[in-house]
Ligand binder design. Structure first.
Ligand SMILES: NC(=O)c1ccc[n+]([C@@H]2O[C@H](COP(=O)([O-])OP(=O)(O)OC[C@H]3O[C@@H](n4cnc5c(N)ncnc54)[C@H](O)[C@@H]3O)[C@@H](O)[C@H]2O)c1
Length: 352
């Protein structure tokens, strides 16, 4: 069978760290185009990868009948537009997370996916993580008993990305810590608890520590350096409570807080057992048996979640299999995130 020809759209950090490597390692895929509006980035990707052609306009790839798939690794403001244009051009799409800046944009993407019947997967890479899948299995098998609540913390002391850049400009990113980090955490919760339908959301977001940009103190800045003449109009803290048809969910997230620890975990609370997942690391299971409190750290061999995600994407183009990262699953967390922003803006609970 011939290889699936792919175009990478957006050759920045994430494309280089995850997508490109994974396609190069997949025997059934071949990268034909590297596209970036900054030509040097596309040129460098060609040089580093030893294949493909550098282009500045993704429409060149969309007009090429040989291209079957695109990976969209651009900032969030063009996720919806490029995904929709790609689907309409007959291409299968893997679009980075978040699906889009707003729920309305994500719905539009879903509508076009349904119309075209092509693949539209979102880069919710944790759905391809070994530990996350083990937790999902334990919950599904009833090992936690009734899963009644999930507590989520994604709080860092000082970790605002690229102050004044794309990540802190609402018209580009759609939001701050909630949409950037929260989307991953919420997605793990939704996936592990069986994508339960949300019923109500109440939340509040704050833009505090980064607002006075020149006086924001930090040790390191990912996606930096700061651009003090840029924009900072996104949330750097969020708190929310979500009622679903499954567990209730509470979350607290901070790109920056005046507390000197990073707390990145998800607590799954069941009436028989509980699990704390340390984000990106391992998990512990807590329970009790015969009057004894138990604490276990499962040991397992992890696969590379990004490789798994890309392999799944390439395979499902041929097999038609619907992966857990399909827009139909991911749309629920888009809806919840929008609900939290709306609740904060309107100062009231949102019922779905
Ligand atoms: N799944 C994950 O764990 C993960 C991790 C990091 C980033 N991301 C997501 O990946 C996306 C990119 O993030 P990043 O950190 O790589 O950002 P980045 O700024 O490093 O890269 C984005 C690239 O897209 C290019 N670009 C912008 N508009 C374009 C267009 N119209 N056509 C072609 N290229 C265009 C930019 O020039 C830039 O090189 C974001 O949506 C982010 O949320 C996901």
């Amino acid at each position: 069978m011939s290889k699936i020809k792919v175009a990478i759209i957006g050759c920045g950090s994430n494309a280089n760290a995850a997508h490109i490597k994974a396609y190069l390692n997949n025997p059934n895929a071949e990268i034909k185009y590297f596209c970036d509006i900054i030509k040097e980035k596309a040129d460098k990707a060609v040089l580093d990868s030893g294949c493909g052609e550098a282009i500045e306009d993704y429409r060149i790839a969309l007009n090429d009948p040989e291209i079957e798939a695109v990976s969209i690794c651009t900032p969030n403001h063009v996720h919806a537009a490029i995904s929709i244009e790609s689907l309409r051009a007959g291409k299968n799409v893997l679009c980075e997370k978040p699906a889009a800046r707003t729920y309305a944009e994500a719905l539009e993407m879903q509508k076009v996916q349904h119309k075209t019947g092509l693949v539209l997967n979102i880069g919710v890479c944790n759905r391809f993580n070994t530990g996350v899948n083990l937790i999902k299995k334990m919950i599904t098998n009833g090992e936690l008993g009734e899963l009644y609540h999930v507590y989520v913390s994604f709080r860092s002391q000082r970790s605002i990305p690229g102050l004044g850049g794309t990540f802190t400009t609402k018209s580009i990113a759609g939001g701050g810590v909630l949409i950037d980090w929260g989307v991953h955490f919420l997605d793990i919760v939704m996936y592990c608890s069986g994508d339960p339908l949300p019923k109500t959301v109440t939340g509040q977001v704050y833009s505090k520590l980064g607002l006075d940009m020149p006086n924001y103190s930090y040790l390191n800045m990912w996606a930096g350096p700061p651009n003090y003449s840029g924009t900072y109009d996104v949330d750097d803290f969020v708190t929310a409570m979500i009622r679903t048809e499954g567990p209730t969910i509470t979350l607290n997230g901070a790109w920056a807080q005046n507390i000197g620890v990073d707390e990145m975990y998800i607590d799954f609370l069941g009436d028989k057992a509980g699990i704390r997942l340390q984000y990106g690391k391992d998990f512990k299971v807590y329970g009790a048996k015969d009057g004894v409190l138990l604490e276990t750290t499962p040991s397992y061999k992890s696969v590379d979640k990004f490789q798994n995600e890309i392999n799944g994407f390439i395979d499902c183009i041929r097999t038609g299999e619907k992966l857990p990262s399909h827009i139909d699953s991911v749309i629920l967390s888009s809806r919840i995130i929008q609900g939290i922003y709306d609740s904060s803006d309107l100062n009231k609970e949102i019922a779905f």
